[in-house]
Design a binder for this molecule. Structure first.
Ligand code: 0L1
Ligand code: MG
Length: 259
């Protein structure tokens, strides 16, 4: 393949995000695109957002459920980054800034210490975790009809778009996060439910796996980062006028409205 024009491809995806327009998946033009290429484009996209003055809140893991991994025919999840401008603090999702958003309920970790792979375990993650907090992630693939291959979605920053954190931060000691039950409802109708174990057996395993994936690039997880571990529930489509309510057993609840 000719040299990958990561700058052009990252700009293409950022234009889709800013212009709120679906774009054709990159692999329609470059069918040989690899997972490594996808991460190169993502790195460029992240660098461009940083150069615009946005700040990284933390990384996110995606495709962590058996159902999503099966759907994409992959054995390893993917990661992307949540930026400060993606964090919603007033409980209102601005539909006019998004393309075709979906919401999923997650458990986020706030690190008190750096974690450097490889060989990290869930127990080590819990020991380095200051708090866990419920989170609703809004994913909004820039691709037409949410259709993509694995390298495409990696390039597109794992569909990252918005996030709402709960108001309760809980110390992890004594919690069985694999057993935490979560419900996701829209306009009072239950859309999905699950337990923390849906995330790679335990959400701490997701952080451990992320530390190992970053270690391959000589990177580490840093104290203060807030990490989205992956969907406990499936993702539900959002529409203007919707009210989303999600409840995490023992951790709290979040309500948000779509305007
Ligand atoms: O956060 C996620 O699990 C989403 C990863 C990307 C796949 C998708 O957009 O459904
Ligand atoms: Mg997610």
């Amino acid at each position: 393949m000719a040299e990958l024009d990561v700058k052009r491809l990252a700009e293409y995806l950022i234009d889709g995000e800013i212009g709120r327009k679906e774009v054709t998946r990159i692999t329609a033009e470059l069918p040989q695109l690899t997972v490594e290429d996808g991460y190169k484009i993502q790195e460029q996209l992240v660098a461009m957002k940083l150069s615009e003055g946005y700040r990284i809140v933390g990384p996110k893991m995606g495709l962590t459920s058996q159902a999503k991994m099966k759907q994409m025919n992959v054995e390893e999840p993917i990661y992307g980054y949540i930026f400060d401008y993606m964090v919603i603090s007033d409980g209102v999702i601005p539909m006019n800034e998004l393309i075709h958003p979906k919401v999923e309920a997650e458990i986020a970790f706030v690190l008190g210490k750096d974690i450097e792979g490889p060989g990290i375990t869930g127990a080590q993650v819990l020991a380095a975790t200051e708090y866990v907090v419920p989170a609703l992630e809004i994913i909004d693939s820039r691709y037409e009809n949410f259709q993509f291959t694995l390298p495409d979605v990696i390039a597109d920053n794992a569909s990252s778009s918005r996030v709402v954190f709960g108001s309760r931060f809980t110390r992890p000691e004594g919690l069985d996060l694999d057993l935490v039950g979560v419900t996701l409802s829209i306009n009072g109708e239950l859309k999905d439910f699950g337990a923390g174990a849906a995330v790679l057996g335990h959400p701490a395993n997701s952080v451990a796996m992320l530390a190992d994936m970053l270690a391959r690039k000589g990177q580490k997880l840093r104290a203060g980062e807030v990490i989205l571990t992956g969907g406990v529930t499936g993702a539900a489509m959002l529409h203007a006028g919707d009210t989303v309510t999600a409840k995490w057993d023992g951790l709290g609840e979040i309500t948000l409205s779509v305007k």
